[in-house]
Design a protein. Structure first.
Lengths: 351, 247
């Protein structure tokens, strides 16, 4: 077991390499640049390709081309960059090409700031670009998960032929923690659809244009039957002290890890609190949430945004319990502040 | 009986959708003949654009990818880097390459990407119905410059071959036209040279091919060829702008 001290961004990059990533295409942006820098150092030494693209648009289109060859490829960016990449993500989703897209999130809108944020939740979970589609979205909460989810991300991407987004707050990208370095992935799925010259077979075509309405509808139905399968198989969440909880906090990412302390503190004050941490933001783990809606009295969505995931929670509970919201912008709140808020909500609700 | 003329193996038997008198058909054939003659069809990946040739993936009998508007050079970059034994070509129009894809083409050239770009310049956006392109000539009428292109309003037409020839990474840059049998033969030679430049690993190659759009120019095919000779070739001179012989 090899345990080393790593930054979140580096752990993610190393995880991708262990998973067989051999192509990185990116454009510098704070707070994600360490991923590109790590790849620029490592990939050329192991027969991989690193290209610093001229723009985010070019970077995501390099990912489009790279993924089309069947190679495990990736890009990493942050909010303003992810906005530019949406064109390509829509194409990649329709072409059903597996790849990894990383959003080390910062606050917006506009240039916003370079402090941590979860404000790209809507963009990440609703597809983000034009047309009807979804990407899978994983939200790590530790440096270890930055590495593990890069490996998991490629596995899911290949299995479902879908772009997988890893979304982590900027703080997590820059957080140093001990990481158990995982084994190298050695088994890969066949990709008979890949384009790399048609020697010995009929030409393959990667295309997203469907001019007849019937074919286009069929394509959309195909994508959504795949999404249904993903929703059936891949919803993931961590639950913490929810069994007897009157108030269940829902939070993701590094913020959720901070809230574990707040939940314990609230319990010391006599408030029976618990936590659900969605790990897949899409597919949203609504069943995990539904399963506690019968036993808890109130839910509280805590986010580093003005309130985005709270809408998915309300859809999941279908009015069975009230869903409150607490959000901050631009920084990771401390556990004391969050515990006070949990206690205040409990008091307001007469718990 | 000896076969003296046939469809190149690098073209499928799909029927072209192009308008009467459009030169895409000629250029498709020239590219396909070169793939055949160089025996590289099975190693080739073609990237088609958004524009009239958006359906080129149905016509070329090799691995193909349909790109977003202007992004073909970025896509080709990644494929070539990951699969260096493949031959990569992009097939792009003037709106695709010289307008929305200006960033991608300039940087692919600057990096010296070992890809071959076939740039079809017909001075306007054909598929969307004849809007102004960066290559629309001064005085030329298009649906979005209905009173004719004016310097004060739309600036000067962009000369892509001259622009890209200035990049160190460009190894072969030429401009040809397909308005006469003699020029068609020259165009084919240039296309072949672009692939040969790629084979030698010399760097980026682009052939700008002056083309006609009888439909949107409002001319019959014969007059369209004449219009190209009288108006396009004087502003977009034919010839080789960059020929690198060694790395």
């Amino acid at each position: 077991m090899n345990k080393v001290l790593m930054k979140g961004n580096e752990a993610l990059a190393e995880g991708a390499i262990l998973a067989g990533c051999r192509g990185f295409f990116g454009y510098p942006i704070t707070p994600s640049s360490e991923i590109a820098e790590y790849m620029a150092r490592k990939l050329p030494k192991i027969g991989g390709i690193f290209v610093q693209a001229e723009s985010e648009l070019a970077a995501i289109n390099m990912v489009y081309g790279g993924a089309a060859t069947g190679t495990r490829v990736m890009t990493a960016s942050s909010g303003p960059g992810l906005s530019l990449k949406q064109e390509g993500i829509s194409f990649i989703s329709e072409a059903e090409l597996p790849c990894l897209i990383v959003n080390i999130s910062r606050g917006g809108p506009g240039l916003g700031g370079i402090q941590p944020s979860q404000g790209d939740y809507f963009q990440a979970t609703r597809g983000g670009g034009h047309g009807d589609y979804h990407t899978m979205v994983l939200a790590p909460a530790s440096t270890q998960e930055m590495m593990d989810f890069a490996i998991l991300g490629y596995e899911l991407a290949d299995r479902y032929r879908i772009p997988v987004v890893i979304m982590a707050e900027g703080t997590l990208g820059n957080l140093m923690e001990p990481v158990i370095v995982r084994d190298e992935v050695t088994s890969f799925v066949e990709k008979p659809w890949a384009i790399s010259g048609c020697q010995g077979r009929k030409p393959n075509i990667v295309n997203t244009l469907h001019l007849t309405a019937e074919v286009l509808e069929q394509r959309n139905r195909h994508l959504f039957s795949k999404y249904k399968e993903i929703q059936a198989n891949e919803k993931r969440a961590e639950t913490f002290m929810v069994e007897d909880a009157d108030i269940v906090v829902v939070a993701f990412g590094l913020l959720a890890r901070v809230i574990k302390r707040s939940v314990i503190d609230a319990r010391k004050h006599g408030v029976k609190a618990g936590l659900i941490r969605p790990i897949t933001l899409w597919p949203f783990p609504d069943e995990h949430i539904k399963s506690v809606a019968d036993t808890c009295k109130v839910m509280l969505s805590m986010e580093i945004s003005m309130g985005q995931m709270v809408q998915d929670i309300r859809l999941a509970v279908e009015g069975k319990v009230p869903v409150e919201f607490y959000g901050r912008i631009g920084f990771l709140p401390n556990p004391e502040e969050l515990a006070q808020e949990i206690i205040a909500v409990a008091e307001r609700k007469g718990l | 009986m000896a076969t003296i003329f046939k469809r190149p193996e690098s073209l499928t038997d799909a029927k072209f959708h192009y308008c009467p008198g459009c030169t895409h058909g000629i250029i498709h054939r020239l590219v396909a003949e070169c793939l055949d003659e160089l025996n590289i069809r099975e190693k080739t990946v073609g990237i088609c654009p958004v524009g009239c040739s958006v359906l080129a993936y149905e016509y070329f009998n090799c691995d193909m990818l349909e790109a977003a508007h202007g992004r073909a050079p970025a896509i080709a970059t990644a494929i070539k880097r990951l699969k260096p034994d493949c031959y990569l070509f992009t097939y792009q129009g003037d709106g695709d390459l010289a307008s929305i894809g200006m960033g991608e083409i300039v940087h692919a050239s600057a990096r010296g990407e070992k890809i071959s770009v076939f740039f079809i310049n017909n001075t306007l956006y054909g598929m969307t119905g004849g809007q102004m392109a960066p290559t629309t000539l001064l005085g030329q009428v298009a649906t979005t410059c209905p009173y004719g292109r004016k310097v004060e309003n739309e600036g000067y037409p962009v000369k892509m071959a001259e622009l890209l020839a200035g990049n160190e990474g460009s190894a072969y840059i030429s401009r040809v036209a397909v308005n006469s049998p003699a020029n068609v033969v020259k165009a084919k030679k240039a296309i072949k040279k672009a692939f040969e430049t790629q084979a030698k690993g010399l760097g980026f190659s682009m052939v700008e091919i002056l083309s006609t759009c009888p439909t949107n120019w409002g001319l019959n095919p014969v007059d369209a060829m004449k219009w190209m000779e009288d108006n396009m070739i004087p502003y977009y001179p034919l010839g080789e702008f960059k020929v690198k012989e060694e790395r």
